[in-house]
Write a protein that binds this ligand. Structure first.
Ligand SMILES: Nc1ncnc2c1ncn2[C@@H]1O[C@H](COP(=O)(O)OP(=O)(O)OP(=O)(O)O)[C@@H](O)[C@H]1O
Ligand SMILES: CCCCCCCCCCCCC/C=C/[C@@H](O)[C@H](CO)NC(=O)CCCCC
Ligand SMILES: [Ca+2]
Length: 560
């Protein structure tokens, strides 16, 4: 790395030891001169430490504040007594708050206090560090925050007040906080009322459903403002300029976990404060040229659709509803007949079976699916290994009986499955991984599910296939025209009722529902495209076949 010129260098006192403290445009470092007792840091590691040298990247300094020489800390109200020795010889002091990496991708806020001989020197340090922080233009200053008081374990408000708000205050971020009063409150407010110009980003405190509300509110407003017809599956989406962030307080928290590496409110707040950003793929879902929804994590038909439909009736159980409904859905073992057509993403590097993972600075995402793989296979007319598949104009068509059809636009890692539904999926490559699980025995399906929680490959099974695609369509059997929709919907309800009344019935209903990021879609036949758009400050998102780059307020995690 190029050596940066020093902005400041002084000998300062830290915990009764003298340190050479130095600041350049990139790093704040402190190195012990007079060795005293060594400090044990209780399992938490400094960003880097060479012997008694410590360093923190300027981009990860949260705040700096002067201490009151007589009484303790100014500014943040947390008064602390100054050590006796330092007030005698080094009566002036300042505290630097910075990000410390902790265990399993967690971030924590840590403080270091330096004592100076002279007040002018102390002020020079504080002012210089503040100037450095002001120069960091990617950091948000004004945020619009939506809290879902009913997400997950209903702890959203407490999590925000106790863990997040103090950090935003410390980092001098102003906030406008709205506690939602009903479902879609945040989406509608963002779409129609919110004065977006006043903010650098929007933050939601909740789960994947709240994140989805942010995406729908912001993306819809951006398309409307730019005259884009969302109902046309072929229209290019215009990227949003505002970033979105999530403070995890939901049941699955898959979008947070898959982007940050952990579902921890403090870690997410710190990523937001330092201005980490990550674009992300967004899939638009249509039915007969009518826009239905956007998806950023899972679009699942069959197993995940049925499980969600059952779990929605058990919201009172909190996150445990997924375990209950998951077990019940596994026992019902329904399969669904239909045709999946998809456009394979052949012009990119990477496959769903790769061992490499999408991490901060991901090479494939940086090029956003624009790289051309020299080894990309030519599309052939027929595939001799798969008798029920065919190719039509670059599209591949597969008919069959499926226990699950899943499209994962990101890994979908979450606490239940830390590697996720598609571990090698990329956050922003403009593709989604289409996973087809054909009809098989209960035992084999259980083996497949359990592999999501172990080191074994969930795709290495004869009844599972996975394809990286730009677009796909699903048409259930017996459902070829839209005029049959009402009939189908009524038929589905009727059939479901019959099966509920006759639990011994082993038949499968004709239709499942789509689970779209945790929301149920009413149509079985859908058309999906994937595009990359940003979710930063707060996040990163991608959907259709082309890429739209929008900023995100999220963190790209795993920046070790
Ligand atoms: N005030 C509210 N009252 C009722 N529902 C709300 C309210 N605010 C938001 N919602 C809805 O609650 C649903 C679930 O919220 P959220 O995603 O935050 O939690 P979750 O479903 O428990 O978590 P996950 O999506 O991670 O599984 C969302 O679809 C959202 O639209
Ligand atoms: C017998 C043991 C089997 C264990 C199998 C574990 C497999 C876990 C795969 C993880 C898939 C997460 C997909 C994410 C979906 C979210 O968009 C959605 C909204 O939050 N959540 C669910 O639909 C709720 C999804 C709940 C998943 C359990
Ligand atoms: Ca993707």
């Amino acid at each position: 790395m190029e050596k940066q010129p020093r902005l400041l260098a002084s000998q300062l006192l830290l915990k009764n030891s003298l340190f050479e403290v130095s600041l350049n445009r990139v790093l704040l470092t402190w190195k012990e001169i007079a060795t005293k007792k060594k400090r044990v840091s209780g399992g938490i590691h400094h960003p880097f430490k060479v012997g008694t040298s410590h360093g923190v990247s300027v981009s990860e300094i949260l705040a700096v504040r002067e201490l009151d020489v007589d009484c303790g800390t100014k500014d943040d109200g947390r008064w602390q007594k100054m050590p006796q020795k330092s007030t005698e010889a080094y009566p002036y002091a300042f505290t630097v708050s910075y990000v410390e990496r902790a265990w399993q991708h967690r971030w924590r806020c840590s403080d270091v206090t330096f004592h100076c001989l002279e007040g002018a020197l102390c002020q020079q340090w504080v002012q210089t560090i503040r100037e450095q922080l002001t120069a960091l233009t990617s950091r948000p200053k004004h945020l619009l925050v939506y809290i879902n008081p009913y997400g997950g374990k209903q702890q959203g408000e407490r999590i925000y007040e106790q863990k997040v708000a103090p950090l935003f205050t410390l980092a001098s971020i102003s906030t406008h906080v709205i506690v939602t009063e009903h479902a879609n409150h945040a989406r509608d407010h963002l779409r129609t009322e919110a004065e977006l110009k006043k903010y650098d980003g929007v933050v939601c405190v909740g789960g994947d459903g709240m994140f989805s509300e942010m995406v729908h509110g912001l993306v819809s407003r951006t398309q409307r403002d730019n005259g884009v017809d969302q109902n046309s599956p072929e229209e290019k989406l215009v990227p949003c300029t505002l970033r979105i962030g999530i403070i995890p307080a939901g049941s699955t928290d898959c979008i947070c976990y898959a982007t940050v590496g952990i579902n921890d409110p403090v870690t997410s707040a710190l990523h937001i404060i330092v201005g980490d950003a990550q674009p992300m793929d967004v899939c638009s879902v249509h039915h007969n040229n009518t826009f239905l929804r956007y998806s950023v994590s899972l679009l699942g038909y069959g197993f995940y659709g049925d499980m969600l439909a059952d779990s929605e009736r058990k919201r009172w159980m909190g996150p445990a509803r997924y375990d209950f409904s998951g077990f019940k859905t596994f026992l019902t073992h329904h399969y669904y007949e239909g045709t999946v057509s998809f456009l394979p993403a052949t012009d990119i590097l990477g496959t769903p079976r790769d061992k490499t993972r999408c991490r901060a600075g991901c090479f494939i995402c940086q090029h956003n699916g624009q790289l051309y793989s020299e080894d990309a296979p030519e599309i052939c007319e027929t595939d001799p290994d798969v008798s029920d598949s065919e190719y039509k104009g670059g599209w591949r068509v597969i008919r069959g009986k499926f226990l699950a059809i899943n499209a994962a636009s990101m890994s979908c890692a979450c606490p239940r499955s830390p590697k996720g539904l598609s571990p090698a999926a990329h956050l922003a490559d403009g593709t989604t991984d289409l996973i087809l699980v054909r009809k098989c025995s209960r035992f084999n399906f259980l083996r497949h599910l359990l592999r999501h929680t172990s080191k074994y490959d969930q795709f290495d099974m004869t009844f599972v296939e996975v394809h990286r695609v730009r677009r796909f369509r699903f048409t259930p059997r017996y459902c070829q025209s839209d005029s049959e929709l009402d009939l189908r919907e009524n038929g589905k309800r009727l059939f479901s009722q019959i099966c509920r009344d006759h639990p011994a019935c082993s038949c499968s209903p004709a239709y499942s529902s789509w689970n779209c990021d945790g929301e149920i879609l009413p149509h079985a036949a859908i058309e999906v495209g994937c595009v990359t758009t940003p979710y930063n400050l707060l996040c990163k998102y991608t959907v259709h076949s082309e890429s739209i780059q929008t900023p995100s307020l999220f963190p790209h995690f795993f920046t070790l």
